[in-house]
Design a protein around this ligand. Structure first.
Ligand code: ADP
Length: 584
Protein backbone atom coordinates (compact mmCIF):
# COMPACT_ATOMS: atom_id res chain seq x y z
CA UNK A 1 0.00 0.00 0.00
CA UNK A 2 1.52 3.31 -0.96
CA UNK A 3 1.43 6.59 0.94
CA UNK A 4 -1.50 8.13 -0.98
CA UNK A 5 -3.55 4.95 -0.50
CA UNK A 6 -2.88 5.06 3.25
CA UNK A 7 -3.94 8.72 3.29
CA UNK A 8 -7.11 7.88 1.41
CA UNK A 9 -7.98 5.00 3.75
CA UNK A 10 -7.45 7.13 6.86
CA UNK A 11 -9.72 9.79 5.28
CA UNK A 12 -12.44 7.20 4.60
CA UNK A 13 -12.22 5.88 8.15
CA UNK A 14 -12.50 9.30 9.71
CA UNK A 15 -15.51 10.22 7.55
CA UNK A 16 -17.27 6.92 8.24
CA UNK A 17 -16.49 7.08 11.99
CA UNK A 18 -17.79 10.65 12.18
CA UNK A 19 -20.95 9.77 10.25
CA UNK A 20 -21.68 6.72 12.40
CA UNK A 21 -20.89 8.68 15.62
CA UNK A 22 -23.14 11.62 14.73
CA UNK A 23 -26.01 9.31 13.76
CA UNK A 24 -25.65 7.28 17.00
CA UNK A 25 -25.50 10.39 19.17
CA UNK A 26 -28.55 12.00 17.50
CA UNK A 27 -30.52 8.76 17.82
CA UNK A 28 -29.60 8.51 21.56
CA UNK A 29 -30.59 12.12 22.26
CA UNK A 30 -33.88 11.72 20.40
CA UNK A 31 -34.70 8.49 22.23
CA UNK A 32 -33.89 10.00 25.61
CA UNK A 33 -35.96 13.10 24.95
CA UNK A 34 -38.89 10.98 23.78
CA UNK A 35 -38.68 8.68 26.83
CA UNK A 36 -38.61 11.62 29.21
CA UNK A 37 -41.49 13.34 27.45
CA UNK A 38 -43.54 10.18 27.67
CA UNK A 39 -42.69 9.80 31.41
CA UNK A 40 -43.64 13.39 32.03
CA UNK A 41 -46.93 12.76 30.14
CA UNK A 42 -47.66 9.74 32.38
CA UNK A 43 -46.87 11.75 35.49
CA UNK A 44 -49.07 14.63 34.27
CA UNK A 45 -51.95 12.22 33.74
CA UNK A 46 -51.26 10.62 37.20
CA UNK A 47 -51.44 14.08 38.81
CA UNK A 48 -54.72 14.84 37.05
CA UNK A 49 -56.26 11.48 37.99
CA UNK A 50 -55.12 11.90 41.61
CA UNK A 51 -56.56 15.42 41.75
CA UNK A 52 -59.91 14.17 40.37
CA UNK A 53 -60.06 11.31 42.87
CA UNK A 54 -59.07 13.45 45.82
CA UNK A 55 -61.59 16.17 45.04
CA UNK A 56 -64.49 13.74 44.47
CA UNK A 57 -63.96 11.02 47.06
CA UNK A 58 -64.33 10.69 50.84
CA UNK A 59 -61.25 9.35 52.74
CA UNK A 60 -60.06 9.07 56.33
CA UNK A 61 -56.45 10.11 56.17
CA UNK A 62 -54.99 11.35 52.98
CA UNK A 63 -51.77 9.40 53.39
CA UNK A 64 -53.59 6.07 53.63
CA UNK A 65 -55.74 7.00 50.74
CA UNK A 66 -52.84 7.94 48.55
CA UNK A 67 -51.15 4.65 49.45
CA UNK A 68 -54.18 2.83 48.22
CA UNK A 69 -54.73 4.58 44.94
CA UNK A 70 -51.09 4.84 43.87
CA UNK A 71 -49.70 2.39 41.34
CA UNK A 72 -46.41 0.69 42.01
CA UNK A 73 -44.03 2.51 39.77
CA UNK A 74 -45.52 6.00 40.23
CA UNK A 75 -44.84 7.73 43.54
CA UNK A 76 -47.51 10.23 44.50
CA UNK A 77 -46.80 12.89 47.12
CA UNK A 78 -49.11 15.61 48.49
CA UNK A 79 -47.14 18.58 49.79
CA UNK A 80 -48.51 21.56 51.69
CA UNK A 81 -47.58 25.00 50.43
CA UNK A 82 -45.20 25.41 53.42
CA UNK A 83 -43.24 22.32 52.28
CA UNK A 84 -44.69 19.82 54.79
CA UNK A 85 -45.39 16.43 53.11
CA UNK A 86 -48.87 15.33 54.04
CA UNK A 87 -49.08 12.12 52.00
CA UNK A 88 -46.66 9.91 50.12
CA UNK A 89 -47.48 6.65 48.32
CA UNK A 90 -44.02 5.17 48.79
CA UNK A 91 -42.24 6.92 51.68
CA UNK A 92 -42.95 7.31 55.35
CA UNK A 93 -44.04 10.97 55.69
CA UNK A 94 -42.74 11.18 59.26
CA UNK A 95 -39.28 10.65 57.91
CA UNK A 96 -39.50 13.10 55.07
CA UNK A 97 -37.91 16.51 55.42
CA UNK A 98 -39.45 19.80 54.43
CA UNK A 99 -39.94 20.03 50.62
CA UNK A 100 -40.30 23.82 50.43
CA UNK A 101 -37.09 24.17 48.42
CA UNK A 102 -38.06 21.63 45.72
CA UNK A 103 -38.04 23.41 42.36
CA UNK A 104 -41.16 21.59 41.05
CA UNK A 105 -43.03 22.69 44.21
CA UNK A 106 -42.02 26.32 43.83
CA UNK A 107 -43.03 26.33 40.18
CA UNK A 108 -46.42 24.64 40.91
CA UNK A 109 -47.17 27.14 43.70
CA UNK A 110 -46.63 29.90 41.13
CA UNK A 111 -49.42 28.30 39.03
CA UNK A 112 -47.12 26.66 36.46
CA UNK A 113 -46.77 22.86 36.39
CA UNK A 114 -43.28 22.10 37.80
CA UNK A 115 -40.90 19.59 36.42
CA UNK A 116 -37.58 18.34 37.74
CA UNK A 117 -35.19 15.42 37.48
CA UNK A 118 -32.87 14.59 40.35
CA UNK A 119 -31.67 11.97 42.77
CA UNK A 120 -34.12 11.18 45.50
CA UNK A 121 -32.46 10.82 48.87
CA UNK A 122 -35.55 9.20 50.35
CA UNK A 123 -35.78 6.52 47.59
CA UNK A 124 -32.12 6.45 46.67
CA UNK A 125 -32.53 6.64 42.89
CA UNK A 126 -32.97 9.09 39.99
CA UNK A 127 -36.53 10.33 39.66
CA UNK A 128 -38.53 12.61 37.40
CA UNK A 129 -40.91 14.85 39.31
CA UNK A 130 -44.04 16.57 37.95
CA UNK A 131 -46.03 18.80 40.28
CA UNK A 132 -49.44 20.55 39.91
CA UNK A 133 -51.29 22.76 42.44
CA UNK A 134 -54.15 21.20 44.43
CA UNK A 135 -55.99 24.11 45.86
CA UNK A 136 -58.27 23.95 48.92
CA UNK A 137 -57.64 20.54 50.44
CA UNK A 138 -59.34 21.18 53.81
CA UNK A 139 -58.53 24.86 53.89
CA UNK A 140 -54.96 25.03 52.66
CA UNK A 141 -52.88 25.20 49.46
CA UNK A 142 -51.37 21.86 48.43
CA UNK A 143 -49.43 20.48 45.54
CA UNK A 144 -49.76 17.01 43.96
CA UNK A 145 -46.43 15.67 42.86
CA UNK A 146 -45.97 12.48 40.87
CA UNK A 147 -42.56 10.97 40.47
CA UNK A 148 -41.24 8.06 38.52
CA UNK A 149 -37.89 6.38 38.48
CA UNK A 150 -35.86 7.02 35.30
CA UNK A 151 -33.57 4.16 36.04
CA UNK A 152 -35.36 2.01 33.49
CA UNK A 153 -35.21 4.77 30.93
CA UNK A 154 -31.50 5.21 31.52
CA UNK A 155 -31.02 1.46 31.36
CA UNK A 156 -33.02 1.21 28.14
CA UNK A 157 -31.12 4.17 26.77
CA UNK A 158 -27.84 2.47 27.65
CA UNK A 159 -29.00 -0.70 25.87
CA UNK A 160 -30.15 1.28 22.87
CA UNK A 161 -26.90 3.22 22.76
CA UNK A 162 -25.03 -0.09 22.98
CA UNK A 163 -27.03 -1.39 20.05
CA UNK A 164 -26.50 1.77 18.11
CA UNK A 165 -22.77 1.53 18.81
CA UNK A 166 -22.79 -2.09 17.75
CA UNK A 167 -24.69 -1.25 14.57
CA UNK A 168 -22.33 1.71 14.08
CA UNK A 169 -19.32 -0.55 14.32
CA UNK A 170 -20.90 -3.03 11.93
CA UNK A 171 -21.79 -0.15 9.57
CA UNK A 172 -18.31 1.23 9.97
CA UNK A 173 -16.79 -2.11 9.11
CA UNK A 174 -19.20 -2.63 6.23
CA UNK A 175 -18.49 0.84 4.84
CA UNK A 176 -14.76 0.34 5.29
CA UNK A 177 -15.03 -2.92 3.42
CA UNK A 178 -17.06 -1.21 0.71
CA UNK A 179 -14.53 1.61 0.39
CA UNK A 180 -11.74 -0.95 0.29
CA UNK A 181 -13.52 -2.78 -2.50
CA UNK A 182 -14.28 0.43 -4.39
CA UNK A 183 -10.65 1.43 -3.91
CA UNK A 184 -9.64 -1.83 -5.49
CA UNK A 185 -12.18 -1.61 -8.24
CA UNK A 186 -11.95 2.11 -9.16
CA UNK A 187 -9.15 3.87 -7.34
CA UNK A 188 -6.55 1.14 -7.93
CA UNK A 189 -7.14 1.13 -11.71
CA UNK A 190 -6.98 4.93 -11.59
CA UNK A 191 -3.59 4.63 -9.90
CA UNK A 192 -2.55 2.30 -12.73
CA UNK A 193 -3.78 4.90 -15.22
CA UNK A 194 -1.77 7.56 -13.42
CA UNK A 195 1.31 5.30 -13.58
CA UNK A 196 0.74 4.74 -17.29
CA UNK A 197 0.27 8.47 -17.94
CA UNK A 198 3.56 9.11 -16.13
CA UNK A 199 5.28 6.42 -18.23
CA UNK A 200 3.88 7.93 -21.45
CA UNK A 201 4.88 11.46 -20.52
CA UNK A 202 8.32 10.09 -19.62
CA UNK A 203 8.62 8.85 -23.20
CA UNK A 204 7.97 5.16 -22.55
CA UNK A 205 5.29 4.64 -25.18
CA UNK A 206 5.75 0.86 -25.13
CA UNK A 207 4.07 0.75 -21.70
CA UNK A 208 0.81 -1.20 -22.05
CA UNK A 209 -2.01 -0.46 -19.67
CA UNK A 210 -4.20 -3.52 -19.08
CA UNK A 211 -7.18 -2.87 -16.82
CA UNK A 212 -9.92 -5.37 -16.04
CA UNK A 213 -11.72 -2.67 -13.97
CA UNK A 214 -15.18 -1.14 -14.44
CA UNK A 215 -16.39 -0.27 -17.92
CA UNK A 216 -15.74 3.49 -17.61
CA UNK A 217 -12.20 3.03 -16.36
CA UNK A 218 -11.57 0.42 -19.05
CA UNK A 219 -12.65 2.90 -21.73
CA UNK A 220 -10.19 5.48 -20.35
CA UNK A 221 -7.42 2.84 -20.30
CA UNK A 222 -8.15 1.79 -23.86
CA UNK A 223 -8.16 5.41 -25.00
CA UNK A 224 -4.82 5.96 -23.29
CA UNK A 225 -3.37 2.86 -24.94
CA UNK A 226 -4.66 4.02 -28.33
CA UNK A 227 -3.24 7.46 -27.72
CA UNK A 228 0.18 5.97 -26.86
CA UNK A 229 0.04 3.83 -29.99
CA UNK A 230 -0.83 6.85 -32.16
CA UNK A 231 1.89 8.89 -30.49
CA UNK A 232 4.40 6.11 -31.07
CA UNK A 233 3.46 5.94 -34.73
CA UNK A 234 3.79 9.71 -35.12
CA UNK A 235 7.03 9.77 -33.19
CA UNK A 236 8.40 7.01 -35.41
CA UNK A 237 7.37 8.95 -38.49
CA UNK A 238 9.00 12.11 -37.14
CA UNK A 239 12.15 10.21 -36.16
CA UNK A 240 12.27 8.58 -39.58
CA UNK A 241 11.89 11.94 -41.28
CA UNK A 242 14.49 13.46 -38.98
CA UNK A 243 16.93 10.63 -39.65
CA UNK A 244 16.41 10.95 -43.39
CA UNK A 245 17.05 14.67 -43.18
CA UNK A 246 20.11 14.10 -41.00
CA UNK A 247 21.43 11.57 -43.53
CA UNK A 248 20.86 14.00 -46.40
CA UNK A 249 22.40 16.78 -44.34
CA UNK A 250 25.54 14.86 -43.46
CA UNK A 251 26.04 13.26 -46.87
CA UNK A 252 25.72 16.53 -48.77
CA UNK A 253 28.80 17.50 -50.75
CA UNK A 254 28.03 21.11 -49.96
CA UNK A 255 29.12 22.54 -46.65
CA UNK A 256 26.00 23.39 -44.64
CA UNK A 257 25.95 25.46 -41.46
CA UNK A 258 22.80 26.37 -39.53
CA UNK A 259 23.09 29.43 -37.30
CA UNK A 260 20.79 30.93 -34.72
CA UNK A 261 19.93 34.60 -34.49
CA UNK A 262 23.08 35.41 -32.54
CA UNK A 263 25.06 33.78 -35.38
CA UNK A 264 26.14 30.85 -33.24
CA UNK A 265 26.44 27.42 -34.82
CA UNK A 266 23.46 25.14 -34.22
CA UNK A 267 24.23 22.47 -36.81
CA UNK A 268 27.14 21.85 -39.10
CA UNK A 269 27.53 19.00 -41.56
CA UNK A 270 30.49 16.75 -42.25
CA UNK A 271 31.49 18.52 -45.47
CA UNK A 272 31.72 21.87 -43.69
CA UNK A 273 33.91 20.41 -40.98
CA UNK A 274 36.08 18.72 -43.61
CA UNK A 275 36.48 21.78 -45.80
CA UNK A 276 37.35 23.97 -42.82
CA UNK A 277 39.39 21.21 -41.13
CA UNK A 278 37.44 21.68 -37.90
CA UNK A 279 37.00 19.14 -35.10
CA UNK A 280 33.29 18.42 -34.58
CA UNK A 281 33.34 18.58 -30.79
CA UNK A 282 34.32 22.24 -30.32
CA UNK A 283 32.06 23.75 -32.93
CA UNK A 284 28.51 23.62 -31.55
CA UNK A 285 27.36 26.83 -29.91
CA UNK A 286 30.44 28.72 -31.01
CA UNK A 287 30.08 31.92 -32.97
CA UNK A 288 30.48 31.97 -36.74
CA UNK A 289 33.32 34.48 -36.71
CA UNK A 290 35.19 32.60 -34.00
CA UNK A 291 34.89 29.34 -35.91
CA UNK A 292 35.40 30.41 -39.52
CA UNK A 293 37.56 33.49 -38.83
CA UNK A 294 36.25 35.24 -41.91
CA UNK A 295 34.75 38.71 -41.77
CA UNK A 296 33.24 38.40 -45.28
CA UNK A 297 31.31 35.31 -44.23
CA UNK A 298 30.21 37.09 -41.05
CA UNK A 299 28.85 40.05 -43.03
CA UNK A 300 27.10 37.69 -45.46
CA UNK A 301 25.37 36.06 -42.47
CA UNK A 302 24.44 39.47 -41.04
CA UNK A 303 23.02 40.58 -44.40
CA UNK A 304 21.06 37.35 -44.67
CA UNK A 305 19.56 37.95 -41.25
CA UNK A 306 18.39 41.40 -42.30
CA UNK A 307 17.23 40.41 -45.77
CA UNK A 308 14.02 38.88 -47.05
CA UNK A 309 15.74 37.15 -49.96
CA UNK A 310 18.77 34.86 -50.10
CA UNK A 311 22.23 36.42 -50.23
CA UNK A 312 25.10 34.81 -52.13
CA UNK A 313 28.73 35.63 -52.68
CA UNK A 314 32.17 34.10 -53.20
CA UNK A 315 34.14 34.08 -49.96
CA UNK A 316 37.91 33.77 -50.02
CA UNK A 317 39.80 32.23 -47.11
CA UNK A 318 43.40 33.32 -47.17
CA UNK A 319 45.81 31.23 -45.21
CA UNK A 320 47.59 27.94 -45.58
CA UNK A 321 45.10 26.75 -48.14
CA UNK A 322 43.77 29.38 -50.45
CA UNK A 323 40.13 28.46 -50.22
CA UNK A 324 37.30 29.98 -52.23
CA UNK A 325 33.75 29.10 -51.20
CA UNK A 326 30.58 30.11 -52.98
CA UNK A 327 28.28 30.86 -50.03
CA UNK A 328 24.48 31.05 -50.22
CA UNK A 329 22.65 32.32 -47.14
CA UNK A 330 18.93 31.90 -46.49
CA UNK A 331 17.01 33.20 -43.51
CA UNK A 332 14.46 30.87 -41.94
CA UNK A 333 11.87 32.85 -40.01
CA UNK A 334 10.46 31.39 -36.77
CA UNK A 335 7.46 29.05 -37.14
CA UNK A 336 5.07 31.42 -35.33
CA UNK A 337 4.68 35.13 -35.93
CA UNK A 338 7.41 36.07 -33.48
CA UNK A 339 9.94 38.64 -34.53
CA UNK A 340 12.85 36.84 -32.91
CA UNK A 341 14.05 33.27 -33.31
CA UNK A 342 15.26 33.49 -36.91
CA UNK A 343 17.72 30.90 -38.13
CA UNK A 344 20.15 31.07 -41.01
CA UNK A 345 21.21 28.31 -43.35
CA UNK A 346 24.53 28.80 -45.08
CA UNK A 347 25.22 26.45 -47.98
CA UNK A 348 28.77 26.67 -49.29
CA UNK A 349 30.43 25.07 -52.31
CA UNK A 350 34.17 24.70 -52.47
CA UNK A 351 34.94 26.35 -55.80
CA UNK A 352 38.69 26.63 -55.20
CA UNK A 353 39.49 23.99 -57.84
CA UNK A 354 36.90 25.24 -60.31
CA UNK A 355 38.19 28.75 -59.87
CA UNK A 356 41.74 27.54 -60.26
CA UNK A 357 40.83 25.62 -63.40
CA UNK A 358 38.96 28.61 -64.73
CA UNK A 359 42.03 30.79 -64.13
CA UNK A 360 44.18 28.20 -65.81
CA UNK A 361 41.84 28.05 -68.79
CA UNK A 362 41.88 31.83 -69.09
CA UNK A 363 45.66 31.90 -68.82
CA UNK A 364 45.93 29.10 -71.32
CA UNK A 365 43.78 30.83 -73.90
CA UNK A 366 45.74 34.06 -73.39
CA UNK A 367 49.03 32.18 -73.58
CA UNK A 368 48.12 30.19 -76.68
CA UNK A 369 46.92 33.33 -78.43
CA UNK A 370 50.06 35.14 -77.46
CA UNK A 371 52.39 32.26 -78.38
CA UNK A 372 50.75 31.83 -81.77
CA UNK A 373 50.46 35.52 -82.46
CA UNK A 374 54.18 36.24 -82.09
CA UNK A 375 55.42 33.93 -84.90
CA UNK A 376 52.44 34.78 -87.12
CA UNK A 377 53.10 38.51 -86.69
CA UNK A 378 56.74 37.88 -87.53
CA UNK A 379 55.94 35.84 -90.63
CA UNK A 380 53.39 38.41 -91.76
CA UNK A 381 55.81 41.28 -91.19
CA UNK A 382 58.65 39.72 -93.14
CA UNK A 383 56.38 38.59 -95.99
CA UNK A 384 54.87 42.09 -96.29
CA UNK A 385 58.36 43.60 -96.34
CA UNK A 386 59.26 41.14 -99.06
CA UNK A 387 56.17 42.08 -100.99
CA UNK A 388 57.01 45.74 -100.59
CA UNK A 389 60.14 45.30 -102.75
CA UNK A 390 62.78 43.63 -100.62
CA UNK A 391 62.31 40.69 -103.04
CA UNK A 392 64.53 42.62 -105.42
CA UNK A 393 67.41 42.24 -102.99
CA UNK A 394 67.99 38.49 -103.14
CA UNK A 395 70.28 38.36 -100.10
CA UNK A 396 67.87 40.15 -97.80
CA UNK A 397 64.94 38.28 -99.31
CA UNK A 398 66.70 34.97 -98.57
CA UNK A 399 67.33 36.03 -94.96
CA UNK A 400 63.75 37.22 -94.50
CA UNK A 401 62.38 34.00 -95.94
CA UNK A 402 64.64 31.98 -93.62
CA UNK A 403 63.28 33.97 -90.62
CA UNK A 404 59.73 33.39 -91.85
CA UNK A 405 60.42 29.68 -92.18
CA UNK A 406 61.86 29.59 -88.65
CA UNK A 407 58.75 31.31 -87.30
CA UNK A 408 56.56 28.91 -89.24
CA UNK A 409 58.56 26.03 -87.72
CA UNK A 410 58.01 27.53 -84.29
CA UNK A 411 54.30 27.79 -85.02
CA UNK A 412 54.37 24.20 -86.13
CA UNK A 413 56.27 23.14 -83.00
CA UNK A 414 53.75 24.90 -80.76
CA UNK A 415 50.82 23.35 -82.58
CA UNK A 416 52.49 19.92 -82.49
CA UNK A 417 53.01 20.21 -78.75
CA UNK A 418 49.45 21.46 -78.22
CA UNK A 419 48.08 18.57 -80.26
CA UNK A 420 50.24 16.08 -78.31
CA UNK A 421 49.01 17.53 -75.05
CA UNK A 422 45.37 17.54 -76.01
CA UNK A 423 45.64 13.96 -77.30
CA UNK A 424 47.23 12.88 -74.02
CA UNK A 425 44.62 14.67 -72.00
CA UNK A 426 41.71 13.35 -74.03
CA UNK A 427 42.93 9.79 -74.30
CA UNK A 428 44.20 9.55 -70.73
CA UNK A 429 46.20 6.51 -71.91
CA UNK A 430 43.31 4.78 -73.65
CA UNK A 431 43.90 3.42 -77.13
CA UNK A 432 47.67 3.72 -76.68
CA UNK A 433 49.81 0.70 -77.29
CA UNK A 434 52.08 -0.40 -74.43
CA UNK A 435 54.91 -2.92 -74.63
CA UNK A 436 57.28 -4.27 -72.04
CA UNK A 437 60.69 -2.79 -72.72
CA UNK A 438 63.98 -2.43 -70.86
CA UNK A 439 64.06 1.24 -69.85
CA UNK A 440 67.78 1.67 -70.65
CA UNK A 441 66.90 0.86 -74.29
CA UNK A 442 64.50 3.79 -74.39
CA UNK A 443 67.04 6.06 -72.72
CA UNK A 444 69.54 4.97 -75.43
CA UNK A 445 67.04 6.04 -78.12
CA UNK A 446 66.59 9.45 -76.45
CA UNK A 447 70.39 9.87 -76.23
CA UNK A 448 70.71 9.38 -79.97
CA UNK A 449 68.08 12.01 -80.62
CA UNK A 450 69.84 14.58 -78.46
CA UNK A 451 73.41 13.85 -79.58
CA UNK A 452 73.48 16.61 -82.14
CA UNK A 453 72.44 19.34 -79.78
CA UNK A 454 74.61 18.13 -76.89
CA UNK A 455 77.70 17.79 -78.98
CA UNK A 456 77.09 21.29 -80.39
CA UNK A 457 77.34 22.58 -76.82
CA UNK A 458 80.12 20.21 -75.86
CA UNK A 459 77.88 18.64 -73.21
CA UNK A 460 79.05 15.37 -71.77
CA UNK A 461 76.08 12.95 -71.78
CA UNK A 462 76.30 10.13 -69.25
CA UNK A 463 74.21 7.13 -68.34
CA UNK A 464 74.26 5.61 -64.86
CA UNK A 465 72.33 2.96 -63.02
CA UNK A 466 70.63 -0.34 -63.44
CA UNK A 467 70.08 -1.97 -66.77
CA UNK A 468 67.28 -4.21 -67.90
CA UNK A 469 64.60 -2.72 -65.64
CA UNK A 470 61.42 -3.69 -67.47
CA UNK A 471 58.36 -1.48 -67.67
CA UNK A 472 55.22 -1.38 -69.73
CA UNK A 473 55.66 1.69 -71.91
CA UNK A 474 54.53 3.40 -75.03
CA UNK A 475 57.99 3.69 -76.55
CA UNK A 476 57.33 6.82 -78.61
CA UNK A 477 55.79 8.73 -75.72
CA UNK A 478 58.42 7.66 -73.18
CA UNK A 479 61.15 8.67 -75.67
CA UNK A 480 59.42 12.00 -76.17
CA UNK A 481 59.30 12.61 -72.40
CA UNK A 482 62.98 11.78 -71.99
CA UNK A 483 63.85 13.89 -75.07
CA UNK A 484 62.06 16.86 -73.54
CA UNK A 485 63.88 16.49 -70.21
CA UNK A 486 67.31 15.91 -71.82
CA UNK A 487 66.66 18.73 -74.31
CA UNK A 488 65.90 21.10 -71.39
CA UNK A 489 68.94 19.89 -69.44
CA UNK A 490 71.14 20.64 -72.48
CA UNK A 491 69.36 23.93 -73.20
CA UNK A 492 69.70 25.25 -69.68
CA UNK A 493 73.29 24.05 -69.10
CA UNK A 494 76.42 25.91 -69.88
CA UNK A 495 78.76 24.68 -72.55
CA UNK A 496 80.87 21.72 -71.58
CA UNK A 497 78.65 20.75 -68.64
CA UNK A 498 77.62 17.20 -67.76
CA UNK A 499 74.11 15.84 -68.17
CA UNK A 500 73.50 12.51 -66.49
CA UNK A 501 70.58 10.15 -66.95
CA UNK A 502 70.29 7.94 -63.92
CA UNK A 503 67.98 4.96 -63.50
CA UNK A 504 67.25 3.05 -60.35
CA UNK A 505 64.67 0.80 -58.77
CA UNK A 506 62.59 2.43 -56.09
CA UNK A 507 60.15 -0.09 -54.62
CA UNK A 508 57.85 -1.15 -57.41
CA UNK A 509 58.85 1.85 -59.49
CA UNK A 510 61.70 2.75 -61.77
CA UNK A 511 63.03 6.28 -61.21
CA UNK A 512 64.60 7.81 -64.29
CA UNK A 513 66.36 11.08 -63.40
CA UNK A 514 67.79 13.64 -65.78
CA UNK A 515 70.43 15.58 -63.86
CA UNK A 516 72.09 18.73 -65.07
CA UNK A 517 74.50 21.27 -63.68
CA UNK A 518 72.72 24.15 -65.38
CA UNK A 519 71.11 27.41 -64.31
CA UNK A 520 68.60 25.80 -61.94
CA UNK A 521 65.10 27.02 -61.16
CA UNK A 522 64.07 29.50 -58.42
CA UNK A 523 62.14 27.81 -55.61
CA UNK A 524 59.08 30.04 -56.10
CA UNK A 525 58.70 28.80 -59.72
CA UNK A 526 59.02 25.11 -58.91
CA UNK A 527 55.34 24.48 -58.02
CA UNK A 528 54.20 25.89 -61.40
CA UNK A 529 56.93 24.53 -63.65
CA UNK A 530 54.71 21.75 -65.10
CA UNK A 531 51.92 24.17 -66.10
CA UNK A 532 51.41 24.84 -69.78
CA UNK A 533 53.40 27.82 -71.12
CA UNK A 534 54.91 28.46 -67.70
CA UNK A 535 58.47 29.59 -68.10
CA UNK A 536 60.93 31.05 -65.68
CA UNK A 537 62.41 33.31 -68.29
CA UNK A 538 60.12 33.72 -71.31
CA UNK A 539 62.58 35.51 -73.56
CA UNK A 540 65.33 33.02 -72.92
CA UNK A 541 63.06 30.05 -73.51
CA UNK A 542 61.80 31.51 -76.78
CA UNK A 543 65.28 32.32 -77.86
CA UNK A 544 66.24 28.72 -77.21
CA UNK A 545 63.31 27.56 -79.31
CA UNK A 546 61.19 26.40 -76.36
CA UNK A 547 57.43 26.30 -76.55
CA UNK A 548 56.78 26.26 -72.82
CA UNK A 549 54.83 23.04 -73.25
CA UNK A 550 57.65 20.49 -72.88
CA UNK A 551 57.27 19.80 -69.13
CA UNK A 552 53.45 19.77 -69.33
CA UNK A 553 53.81 17.03 -71.98
CA UNK A 554 56.28 15.14 -69.73
CA UNK A 555 53.82 15.28 -66.86
CA UNK A 556 50.96 13.87 -68.97
CA UNK A 557 53.16 11.14 -70.43
CA UNK A 558 54.09 10.09 -66.87
CA UNK A 559 50.38 10.07 -65.95
CA UNK A 560 49.36 7.83 -68.89
CA UNK A 561 52.08 5.43 -67.70
CA UNK A 562 50.47 5.47 -64.23
CA UNK A 563 53.55 7.25 -62.99
CA UNK A 564 54.58 10.77 -61.94
CA UNK A 565 57.24 13.38 -62.42
CA UNK A 566 58.96 15.61 -59.88
CA UNK A 567 61.70 18.19 -59.82
CA UNK A 568 64.52 19.16 -57.49
CA UNK A 569 66.45 22.24 -58.34
CA UNK A 570 68.80 24.77 -56.88
CA UNK A 571 69.31 28.10 -58.53
CA UNK A 572 72.72 28.29 -60.21
CA UNK A 573 73.60 24.70 -59.33
CA UNK A 574 71.41 22.56 -61.55
CA UNK A 575 68.18 20.61 -61.68
CA UNK A 576 67.07 17.01 -61.41
CA UNK A 577 63.84 15.92 -63.13
CA UNK A 578 62.66 12.41 -62.18
CA UNK A 579 60.04 10.35 -63.98
CA UNK A 580 58.73 7.38 -61.98
CA UNK A 581 56.94 4.55 -63.80
CA UNK A 582 55.74 1.19 -62.45
CA UNK A 583 58.10 -1.71 -62.99
CA UNK A 584 56.79 -4.79 -64.72
P1 ADP B 1 60.53 25.32 -72.61
O1 ADP B 1 60.09 24.89 -73.92
O2 ADP B 1 60.45 26.78 -72.37
O3 ADP B 1 61.77 24.66 -72.15
P2 ADP B 1 59.37 23.58 -70.72
O4 ADP B 1 57.96 23.28 -70.39
O5 ADP B 1 60.15 22.43 -71.21
O6 ADP B 1 59.36 24.78 -71.71
O7 ADP B 1 60.03 24.16 -69.47
C1 ADP B 1 59.37 25.19 -68.78
C2 ADP B 1 60.36 26.12 -68.12
O8 ADP B 1 61.05 25.42 -67.08
C3 ADP B 1 61.43 26.58 -68.98
O9 ADP B 1 61.09 27.75 -69.68
C4 ADP B 1 62.54 26.86 -68.01
O10 ADP B 1 62.39 28.12 -67.50
C5 ADP B 1 62.35 25.83 -66.94
N1 ADP B 1 63.22 24.64 -67.12
C6 ADP B 1 62.88 23.45 -67.62
N2 ADP B 1 63.89 22.57 -67.52
C7 ADP B 1 64.89 23.25 -66.95
C8 ADP B 1 66.22 22.88 -66.59
N3 ADP B 1 66.74 21.66 -66.80
N4 ADP B 1 66.98 23.81 -65.99
C9 ADP B 1 66.51 25.05 -65.77
N5 ADP B 1 65.25 25.45 -66.08
C10 ADP B 1 64.46 24.56 -66.69
Amino acid sequence: MNKSQVRRYVGYFIIIALAVGVISLSAGILFRRDAYNRTIGILDRANTVTWNILTSTEYDTIDDYINRIAVDDVRITIIRSDGIVVADSQADISKLDNHADRPELLSALNGVPGRSKRFSDSLGENLVYVAMPLVDLSNGSYVIRSAMSVQDIDKALGEILGRIAFTGIITFLALSMLSFLSERRIIAPLADIQKAAEAFSGGNLDYFLSIPGPEDVRVVAETLNDMAEALKYRLNEITKGKNELAAVFSSMMEAVVVLDESLSIRHINRSALKIMELPESDVYGRSLIETFMNSDLQSLAEETLASQSPVERDITFNGDRNLILHAHGTRIPPADDKTTGNAIVLVMNDITRTQHLENMRRDFVANVSHELKTPITNVKGYLETLADGVMDDPETAKRFLAISIRNADRLNAILDDLLSLSRLEQQGGEGLEFEIRPLDDIIGGAFQYCTLKSSDKGIDMRFEGEKNLLASVNTLLMEQALNNLIDNAVKYSNEGAVVTVHIEKNGGMADISVIDEGIGIPAKDLPRIFERFYRVDKARSRELGGTGLGLAIVKHIAIVHRGSVKVNSELGRGSTFTISVPLQ
